[in-house]
Design a protein around this ligand. Sequence first.
Ligand code: FAD
Length: 516
Amino acid sequence: MHTDARTLPNGTVLEGDLCIVGAGASGITIAREFANSPLKVLLLEGGGFEFEQQMQDLYRGENVGLPYFPLQAAALHYFGGTTNHWAGYCSTMEPIDLEKRDWVPHSGWPITRADLDPFYARAQPVLDLGPYKYDAADWKNNDPDRVPLLGDSRVVWTKMWQFSPPTRFGTKYRDEIVKSPNIHLYTHANVVEIEANEGLTAVRSARIRSFDGKEYHARARSFVLACHTIQNARLLLASNRQATTGLGNANDLVGRYFMEHFEMPSGELALADPQSTKTKLYELANLGGPPRGELALTAATQREHRILHGTANVEAGNYGDQVPSTFQFIDTVMMNKVREWQKGGRKGPHPIGIAAAALAPRDKGPPRFYHMMTRQEQAPNPDSRVTLSTEKDALGVPRAKLDWRVTELDKRSIRTFYQLLGREMGRTRTGRVQIRDWLLSDDKTWPAFISGGWHHMGTTRMHSDPRQGVVDANCRVHGLANLYIGGAAVFPTAGAVNPTLTLVALSLRLADHLKS
Ligand SMILES: Cc1cc2nc3c(=O)[nH]c(=O)nc-3n(C[C@H](O)[C@H](O)[C@H](O)COP(=O)(O)OP(=O)(O)OC[C@H]3O[C@@H](n4cnc5c(N)ncnc54)[C@H](O)[C@@H]3O)c2cc1C
């Protein structure tokens, strides 16, 4: 069922069993798990079914740390959320990503990769991915030309990726949600405050506000905040009438440990064998295309060198090329072309596929020269954080203020990764790696713009100890009996993969917990 909240009379009180705030990847995944059940689900979405500038402006905020993407451009505020423009890159976290690593301060999830496995398998079809197979050997069986570089190395391995078409949750799941008799979707229902009981032990209601000043309340037995990483923290911090530092923030952790993935051109790779077809496994043929590999260091090597987890994407180029990599292209030029292609009914090949072909080597024969782009986790850092700005949005909620910071371990890890990769390429006579100048400088020096991947993680991290995390292993906010967080805000560490597959898996896990 669907209602535009703007049509409700002022003072309306909505009642349900479960109230989910935010209808993006996480919120829609959880709501679908309850479709056609006896439980009444309230799904409150701030935006409508289409992009609206006035709504998007509610996401505007301040960047006071490292230069970062404007906050109103880094996530989308309407039904389907940021999946309305995500790119669909998916892979799984590795077991080491969830472990406590003594060289990575604040690392360690209260759950393991084995706990996530069944939910990863269930998340695959939600994102229109293939079978739950992320082993390069599986894909080599389908195509003998897809051979990993350095197949027998103990230092370097090939981490596999799959590509969602990409699934637009707002388009794909709209009918299912709207037709479900027990899911009550309210659009244009911006939640401006979470209200607790007097003892601050449980949530009683969510306060909703419209642009014309009307207010409504949603009451339920359980609540899930699924508003995306920055907005989840902002909403908890702004719910500060009863708890002056914000809800769930007794230990001053809400908003802290904001993390991104570094996605930066970092080196070049020249292969020794001009006839090598091995890099076919690594080709970005097209978004939504076949699985693809990225080079990564084994867990044992990360342990030995006490570094973070990163991968290198290899992409064909020409020696001395000044042409930007496809990834720089995506950020600067291509997104406009992708939007035109989408608006034009997706006719013809995907523009990013065309760009990749245009950037491919002009020499005859198989490519020998490749650009390498890093995709690396950053170390969790309590000073990298979201707080409230003094400026308020049109609904009276303080805007988000992002202070994004990096650490010396982050820089040292990228450099060590490329040094080890280069040594292993040389030792096995596979090729040579040239490391970009910015990476060779000291651990504190970075380029003027450190590019993230548009991945927001942290801010309500998971830990069994309330003094070290905002939510417990079931994503429940410590100290509040019925408030849960959906999305990558709960990640204690980021791994070296884009977040959506993992956050959908965690949302399915949360739905199972709520059902029980
Ligand atoms: C350009 C770009 C490319 C990306 N590519 C990839 C990729 O290739 N792979 C990958 O894994 N990830 C990618 N991502 C990240 C991915 O889009 C996000 O991880 C994912 O959408 C987050 O899901 P979510 O449910 O937490 O948040 P969202 O999908 O953003 O959903 C949050 C929802 O909450 C609603 N909301 C917010 N505040 C309120 C409020 N106060 N009241 C009511 N509703 C509210 C929003 O309108 C929205 O619908 C990309 C992101 C961008 C920007």
